[in-house]
Ligand binder design. Structure first.
Ligand code: GLA
Length: 727
């Protein structure tokens, strides 16, 4: 009672000490404070009337501690402003580090110095307006605070109010600073097709590290997420971590820089490579949103903050989050050889094991018998489907499942009716060859007529058929990014306009068909970012469905993105790397995300069906916890034993998955210590199999977290799981 009273009294003092608005302006010192439940972000105007970063980290408790900011340093080779942590530096004056904005005016002037003009606070949003010292070129920086989620979102809008065109050569969303000094470590995600989201960690040294995509979409090769920890000392549970995510599905870039004066900063936004965005008088350019946060509780909390934020503020069902269905996808079973009888047979088998959404993949349209033809011709192949799609969809619906369909709307095969009719619709330079990737070209979605055609095709498809779900694929990257129909000075806009028009088609489609759900796929995880995730319900994680490889891909994915959106299929063996693992192992791996099945069910034995039915049943009993709960990565690859725990937000359930790669020398698997449980609560154990060693049927949270659980994980590719239900 006394403790409650004191906590309440403490809160009252705190509130009077600095008010409780998430965005506050302290006029006497010209300082803004952006505050979330656990963090503070502080910026101010200095004596040069320039916007300066002050602080980002654990919540500061007293506004009165903050004094007016002053630019620092300055000598012959570095200016004050160059050495000051500016919030949005233009490239101008004596500034040599990565700028947020670089322009060339019609006269050829390449110098931009941004000064503070005004600001406006709108609830949890702070807009700050800056302007060049000479030209009427304005930038509005928008900071949105998500107090309950410990996230701040930055975005900038660049407006040409002069009377002549201006070319924007670099437009960044913003910069995140960590406290000045050395000894920081960078974590990031890199990879390749079939090997996405590999977690890298390395020291930040003086100089610059660039993470980027020049490929037209987010890319498999790098993903727009970063984390920086202090002294390289953070682990899953401890340590100060600053992190950020960019919401953009086109060319993007992070410049992670340690300047000679020990500033460590990450600037992110549009990739400035081949950029050149012309703004005519009155035109504006908005940058992608850049989300950032801080925690002093390590990488585990970093991920939990992001997962929670994505579910509540990003995903299309954010207003009322609901779990993802268990799906079946035909791709690995049939590839292009789809037809009504074959798909119906698979659907019947899928229904028996508890699948809720049946998705037919590539091969159903035009002359699509392999990957050489058909893309662009989005009408059903009546040789394969004599009753149109209706025959199959009725059968699927009759089995109690929803129906989903694969499309790749942005693409065209030269061997297609669409290309024969509109060769100019493909992205190209008139005087250059057109490089094909997977025998296909990219339709120029930057063109509004192409965009409207694609919208029309998809709208018709979804209007005429009972389609609940689209898997939206993109199976190649940009080459020869020409747009001959517009003047040369406008052509580079393709990088931005293309992506915005893809977003526009999805937005319009969803508005017209509110029940439609969409998966973002780009040859696996090539288009995974918060820009697309505002518009799609899930993403295809990787074309690599080999379960052991997947553990590593999923572990990287989980650093940044919620399990709910991470599609994970159980497929056949031998798989990638020639590896075979048991069906149980494959299920347990896939159950760490949004479960799907992609195996050829025609090859399954009765035992396989029985096991699958059990596993799908188990998954349904824990999916709310996996998809919406808190993830604790208890042991991570490349450890021999890997373990993930998911705990429900209400504390009623937790589930633990444990995997072993290869036992050696007969060594027993180490105990696994759970986390995030109530030490005083009692949990009833629901075992999956006999691998959990002698523990009682009911255990306290304190035992589970301190004594831990031991599994008999022996041999190669052993796996088990246990569900804990709070008494
Ligand atoms: C891509 C996807 C696969 C499958 C094929 C179909 O590779 O990632 O899942 O849909 O295309 O051609």
């Amino acid at each position: 009672m006394l403790r409650i009273y004191m906590a309440a009294a403490g809160l009252a003092i705190m509130l009077t000490a600095h008010g409780n608005a998430a965005v506050r302006y302290l006029a006497p010192t010209k300082i803004w404070i952006l505050e979330t439940d656990r963090t503070s972000y502080v910026l101010g105007i200095n004596e040069l009337n320039e916007l300066q970063h002050v602080y980002f980290g654990k919540k500061l408790l007293r506004d009165a501690d903050l004094v007016a900011v002053r630019a620092t340093g300055g000598y012959a080779f570095e200016s004050k402003e160059g050495m000051t942590p500016e919030e949005y530096p233009g490239w101008g004056g004596m500034r040599y580090f990565e700028p947020c904005l670089k322009v060339t005016t019609a006269k050829g002037t390449r110098d931009l110095v941004l000064k503070y003009v005004s600001h406006e606070i709108r609830g949890d949003v702070l807009d700050i307006r800056l302007k060049d010292i000479r030209y009427d070129l304005g930038v509005t920086l928008s900071y949105q605070v998500f107090p309950g989620y410990d996230i701040i979102r930055k975005q900038s809008r660049i407006e040409n109010r002069t009377s002549a065109p201006i070319v924007v050569e670099s437009a960044q969303s913003g910069v995140w600073y960590v406290p000045a000094g050395g000894g920081y470590r960078l974590s990031y995600l890199t990879g390749r097709w079939a090997g996405e989201t590999q977690l890298m960690r390395e020291p930040i040294q003086p100089g610059k590290k660039v993470l980027e995509s020049r490929r037209g979409n987010t890319s498999h090769q790098a993903n727009p997420w970063f984390a920086i920890d202090a002294q390289g000392a953070a682990d899953e549970e401890h340590g100060r971590v600053w992190f950020g995510l960019l919401g953009w599905s086109g060319n993007w870039k992070f410049s992670v820089e340690q300047t000679p004066n020990q500033q460590v900063r990450v600037i992110g936004g549009y990739n400035d490579f081949d950029f050149g965005y012309q703004l005519k008088p009155g035109e504006a350019l908005e940058t992608p949103p850049f989300y950032g946060g801080f925690t002093d509780q390590g990488f585990g909390e970093t991920s939990r903050i992001l997962h929670r934020f994505e579910r509540a503020e990003i995903l299309p069902d954010r207003a009322s989050p609901h779990p993802r269905p268990v799906l079946y996808n035909s791709w690995e079973a049939t590839e292009f050889a789809v037809n009504e009888a074959g798909q119906t047979e698979l659907a019947q088998k899928a229904a028996k094991i508890g699948v809720e959404l049946f998705v037919m993949d590539d091969g159903w349209f035009g002359q699509r018998n392999d990957d050489h033809a058909g893309l662009g011709d989005w009408f059903v192949n009546t040789r394969k489907f004599p009753n149109g799609l209706k025959g199959l969809i009725d059968a699927v619906n009759g089995l109690g499942m929803k129906f989903g369909l694969w499309v790749e709307p942005e693409m065209v095969n030269p061997n297609s009716d669409l290309y024969r009719a509109h060769p100019d619709w493909a992205i190209h330079f008139e005087d250059r060859p057109r490089t094909e990737g997977r025998n296909q070209l990219i339709l120029n979605m930057a063109r509004d007529d192409v965009r409207d055609h694609i919208f029309g095709v998809l709208d018709k498809l979804v209007s005429e058929n009972n389609i609940a779900f689209l898997k939206w694929d993109m199976n190649r990257h940009f080459t020869e990014p020409g747009w001959p129909e517009v003047p040369p000075a406008e052509q580079k806009k393709i990088w931005v306009k293309y992506v915005n028009n893809v977003y526009d088609v999805i937005d319009r489609l969803r508005a017209r068909h509110p029940k439609l759900e969409i998966e973002s796929c780009s040859g696996g995880g090539g288009r995974v970012d918060l820009g697309i995730m505002r518009r799609v319900d899930e993403v295809w994680t990787s074309d690599n469905t080999e379960a052991f490889d997947r553990l590593r891909i999923q572990e990287g994915f989980s650093q940044a993105y919620a399990a709910k959106v991470m599609m994970a299929w159980v497929t056949d063996v031998p798989n990638m790397n020639g590896r075979s693992t048991s069906l149980k192992y494959r299920f347990l791996v896939a159950m760490n995300g949004s479960l799907g099945i992609g195996a050829n069910l025609n090859h399954w034995s009765n035992e396989d069906f029985a096991l699958a039915k059990n596993m799908v049943g188990l998954y349904k009993s824990i999916r709310a916890t996996v998809q919406q709960g808190r993830l604790y990565r208890l042991r991570m690859p490349p450890d021999d034993v890997m373990a993930n725990e998911y705990a429900s937000n209400d504390g009623a359930q937790a589930v633990l998955f444990a995997f072993r790669h290869s036992q050696q020398l007969g060594e027993p698997a180490p105990p696994i210590y759970l986390r995030g449980l109530d030490p005083n609560a009692t949990y009833r154990l629901r075992r999956l199999d006999g691998l959990l060693l002698d523990h009682g049927e009911e255990l306290s949270g304190s035992y589970l977290m301190n004594q831990g659980l031991r599994f008999n994980l022996s041999g190669d590719f052993a796996a088990s799981a246990v569900v804990l239900e709070r008494e």
